[in-house]
Design a binder for this molecule. Sequence first.
Ligand code: GDP
Ligand code: IMO
Ligand code: MG
Length: 462
Amino acid sequence: MKKKKRSKITPVIGLQWGDEGKGKGVARIASKLSKNDLIVRFQGGNNAGHTIWHKGKPYVFKLIPSGVFGKAQIHLGAGMVINPGALLQETKTIPKNISFLNRISISPHAVLTLPTHILLDSVSEQKKGKKKIGSTGKGISPSYTDLIMRKALRVGDIFHNDFKQKYDKLSLEHKKMLSKIFQYKVKNKELKENEEKFWHGIKFLRKLSVINSAKLTERTLKNGRKIIAEGAQGTLLDLRFGNYPFVTSSHTIASGIGTGLGLAPSSIGGSIGIFKAYTTKVGEGPFPTELGGLKSAVWCRDKNFSHEKEKFYNLDPNSKNEFEQGIALRRLGFEIGAVTGRLRRTGWLDIPLLKYAININNATKLVLTKLDVLNGFKIIKVCTGYIINNKKTAEIPFDLSRENIKCVYKSFPVWKGKLSDYGGKLPKEALRYVKFLEKTLRAEIIYVGTGAEEHHVVERYW
Ligand code: GDP
Ligand code: IMO
Ligand code: MG
């Protein structure tokens, strides 16, 4: 009997601190897939914010895979944490003419985020004071903590009669923790709104197709169909291999697909690694190439400094003052968090971090996004290595926070005018930058992002 050739899953992974443009990347790939192919999320929850532009409008996906506007099947995998109310809310943002309820499925193993998880997240962050992580406050860490503690509620539990009983028990346990550990007394009405949303969400989940991720992905690969695994967050936010403790609570790297979907490593193909032409970071923690250093970190942490307020600041991408240059980069790249609206910290591209991420994810193809944001700069810089204890190195240390890192930079002149003035081609200065990155990172850049919309790209090896 002639067997169909078994395919491998293609991970699409962020190579930096998240927000690299994974949503747009996945949406582009999805537009080329057929109805028997599959797009899956394998980790994370609604801490993710993946923006895609569809027919001139922006959509931000948090739990639903960004390929929803295509034809392929979509699946919320076992490694995810699901806030049912947030999922229901998100489905309502999808235009009526897009039928997706017949294409979406969810794993029974995915963990449920309860309203009390969200409260635990924000209260525990507040208690940390200066040591806070800068969590998105969506309850991600407490939800995964309950999984590790072997007491989480999962999607499969909602079909059993004792679900409400189990919910009440876990919720009460959380309230006791809040009061005993964090000295926080939950007020009667405080959870009401989120609880109502939760139970509406549960009703919606009960109508969805529930299927074991391992079974679904195995069947799809056996049939020779394509699977795209849409990563959330980025490599430097991985629980184990990111810059701990300033990380998220899931495995964001390609090998997270193994446990996140129940797939053997041999089923995971080379990754498509996505990175911006510069670096951004939301939340706390070290950031070696940050423009404006600590001043920028403190500025972006402060809730009083909104994107609106920054408009009064001098917008000069060529300012000699790096702090101001960082603000210009943030404003030109519209770098505000898609989930929390926080200012994203900005800095130059960091080659040691990228090399680390490319290796760890086996990224065999790269996507460079937001090159157009550098229009208007005269010179851009790239960090090619670090100086730590007077020694030059291109390797990142065990803990970026513990080291006094000085960055070594290489400068590149920038093209005149806008990338869009060059008739779909890259000007020679941009090409030089792209080729330098390909040579240094030892992988092909399959396309370069030149704007937010799906067609705003210059294809190279697509
Ligand atoms: P994700 O979390 O990795 O999906 O990225 P986000 O959606 O959080 O942030 C990326 C932002 O950049 C979104 O607003 C995108 O619309 C936008 N974007 C993606 N690629 C490009 C690009 O090449 N140029 C510009 N100007 N914007 C882009
Ligand atoms: P996407 O998928 C950027 C950051 C938070 C915080 C840390 C921990 O859109 O790229 P958590 O809520 O997970 O406990 O927060 O991780 N973070 C992200 N930063 N993009 C994301 O997702 C992020 N998801 C979490 O800002 O520093
Ligand atoms: Mg994002």
